[in-house]
Design a protein around this ligand. Sequence first.
Ligand SMILES: [Ca+2]
Ligand SMILES: [Ca+2]
Length: 94
Amino acid sequence: MTGLPGEDLGTVSDAGAVVVLRGTAAGLTGTGAQAVTQNTPDVPGSAEELDAFGQAVHLADANQDGLADLAVARRARTATPGPCGTSGPARRPS
Ligand SMILES: [Ca+2]
Ligand SMILES: [Ca+2]
């Protein structure tokens, strides 16, 4: 898993993204890799210039279902804190 806060999404500069690569016994593979941005369905907010989504990323089992959950942080564009999701990507809405 890696954050790409400087990733451009089309014409939206530095919107940011997170890429999740699957691990195998032989190492990482691009097979089944997933990219998540603020334009991904069910992710609050929308990709905007300088969002830097993915500036900090963390995996933890937030809802204790035995599967890792992805938490994504970014520098604040607004001062409105929001709740983190209990599964799947969790982040602050814009
Ligand atoms: Ca945004
Ligand atoms: Ca979980």
